[in-house]
Design a protein around this ligand. Structure first.
Ligand SMILES: Nc1ncnc2c1ncn2[C@@H]1O[C@H](COP(=O)(O)OP(=O)(O)O)[C@@H](O)[C@H]1O
Ligand SMILES: O=P(O)(O)OC[C@H](O)CO
Length: 493
């Protein structure tokens, strides 16, 4: 039997999965690691702990599944995106903790970039909006704040990388300093049109070119991992949301997936030329394969499953996220209650930092079932907001939405999603699309699979069909838009 290993390095845990040649997951090991919050708005990870947990789960998986090294044909890596490590190439020591994608410490650097008139350049070259979310300003912060770092970087002693780069460098005995197009496209210093590091952004952020990894297609021989004397090629890399798009076989222009986790990340494949958004969406590289680069539009919702956690932990209305399904089902007729979970402002397409969470439509008979249903509905409405922006930017009308992530298990949410979008929602049996995407990229590179096999390996669990008529759909959505308007600009500024 031939196997592929998929390493999924996420924001809260490291996972290793064993995938057989039929595309079936045969085993999985997962380990959480520490979240470090040194100050309000700062989020860090220990790069060594990331490496140790990732290698640890790989070793445990191989022991548990009793696989011979010679049967493993390749390794694919997928990772939390934007999170940045800077390390000394002479001793392999990070000069600072990894600064995580959620970290807001570089907001001032972003304000400065905006004042320097770089907004248009950033959008048209990197595809992004100027925001602390991306890697570029995190590198600048480390070079500015760690003693001696800038000098060392200028001497060529320091390397930077997103998590994929950090893992590969360590897994290949410090030989390969590489990343793939998808990860490079989240740095705000990469020109996604001409596929090269962007001199203007490097200059604006004072980042020496010597620090940067080589950028390669997502299916590529990135280097070998030595497993007990057997050399296994690391043959696929993609950022986790792009890997999910690939794992869901969104290869055609106009195909899209939405991952319902803590946040929601919706990506639509827009083909081989980048589309720049008028509606606050991001343009990003979906994957590079067979000498071609595919692009995607992305809408990120920061609070999605996190709103369900709020019902559980903040309000104590439920003990388990699953309970929301039966609660929501118990509401008869239309729900008069609307929850706008703008706990951290509103992202795409509104981009209002001053919006705050709000509940509308309360009456004396409102109960927890209405709140639970309204919270689930808010995930679906936010997804519709993003999809509308995507359809407007791309001129493409969505045929169906492919879903994955923890909260897509909720049938009430998925049915309401289909109803409010007026399009089918397709839920695959295997919702591990992220890990499968990385496995497929690696397997394609070593000739185990062809790209067409990805689609054939995706049995459906359930297809949710829309049931609302146009009038009802419009009425409910209009009310949501009214609720959003009232939640906007709440915080004084
Ligand atoms: N059955 C469910 N109904 C609604 N929300 C759910 C359900 N199961 C999980 N969730 C939500 O989904 C999130 C977990 O999904 P997951 O994909 O594991 O997230 P992440 O990868 O971001 O950690 C949590 O925020 C949780 O509240
Ligand atoms: O690790 P996840 O699944 O929370 O994904 C994080 C995203 O890549 C951030 O852009």
């Amino acid at each position: 039997m031939n196997y592929i290993i998929s390493l999924d390095q996420g924001t809260t845990s490291s996972r290793a999965l064993l995938v057989d040649e039929k595309g079936k997951i045969k085993g999985m090991v997962q380990k959480e690691f520490k979240q470090i919050f040194p100050k309000s708005g700062w989020v860090e990870h220990d790069p060594k702990e990331i490496l140790e947990t990732q290698m640890g789960v790989l070793d445990e998986l191989l022991k548990k599944e009793k696989v011979n090294a010679s049967d493993i044909k390749a390794i694919g890596i997928t990772n939390q995106r934007e999170t940045t490590v800077v390390w000394d190439k002479n001793n392999g020591e990070p000069v600072y903790n990894a600064i995580v994608w959620q970290d807001k410490r570089t907001a001032d650097i972003c304000e400065h970039l905006k004042k320097s008139g770089l907004t248009e350049h950033v959008r048209n070259t990197t595809g992004l909006v100027i925001d602390s979310y991306f890697a570029g300003t995190k590198v600048k912060w480390i070079l500015d704040n760690v003693d001696g770092a800038r000098k060392k970087a200028e001497n060529g002693d320091l390397l930077m990388g997103t998590i994929d780069t950090w893992l590969v460098w360590n897994m290949t005995e410090k030989k390969h300093h590489v990343t793939d197009y998808t990860n490079a496209s989240r740095t705000m210093i990469y020109d996604i049109v001409n596929l090269k590091w962007d001199d203007e952004m490097l200059k604006a952020l004072g980042i020496p070119k010597l620090m940067l990894p080589e950028v390669k297609p997502s299916a590529y021989n990135f280097g070998d991992y030595d497993l007990d004397g057997t050399k296994i090629p690391i043959a696929g890399i993609a950022g986790d949301q792009q890997a999910a798009l690939f794992g869901q076989a969104c290869f055609k222009k106009g195909t899209a997936k939405n991952t319902y986790g803590t946040g929601c990340f919706m990506l639509m494949n827009t083909g081989t030329t980048p589309q720049f958004s008028k509606n606050g969406l991001l343009t990003t590289i979906a994957y590079g394969l067979d000498g071609k680069v595919h692009y995607a539009l992305e809408g990120s919702i920061f609070i999605a499953g996190a709103a369900v956690q709020w019902l559980r932990d903040g309000l104590g209305l439920i003990k388990d996220a699953k309970e929301t399904e039966a609660l929501a089902d118990s509401v008869e007729g239309e729900n008069p209650v609307y929850v706008v979970p703008a706990f951290a402002g509103l992202g795409a397409p509104y981009w209002d930092m001053y919006a705050r969470g709000a509940v509308f439509g309360l009456t004396r008979d409102t109960g927890k079932a209405h709140l639970a249903k309204a919270t689930l509905e808010a995930l679906a409405y936010q997804t519709k907001d993003i999809l509308k922006a995507m359809e407007d930017d791309s001129g493409i009308q969505l045929k169906n939405l492919r879903v994955d992530g923890g909260a897509c298990a909720n049938n009430h949410l998925m049915q309401f999603q289909a109803d409010i979008l007026d399009s089918e929602v397709h839920r695959p049996e295997v919702i591990e699309s992220t890990a499968m995407g990385a496995a497929f990229l690696a397997g394609i590179q070593v000739g185990l699979w062809k790209q067409e096999d990805v689609d054939q390996n995706r049995p459906m669990d359930r297809i949710f069909k829309p049931t609302f008529d146009r009038v009802k759909r419009k009425r409910l959505y209009k009310k949501w838009q009214k609720a959003v308007e009232r939640a906007k600009d709440w915080e004084d500024h």
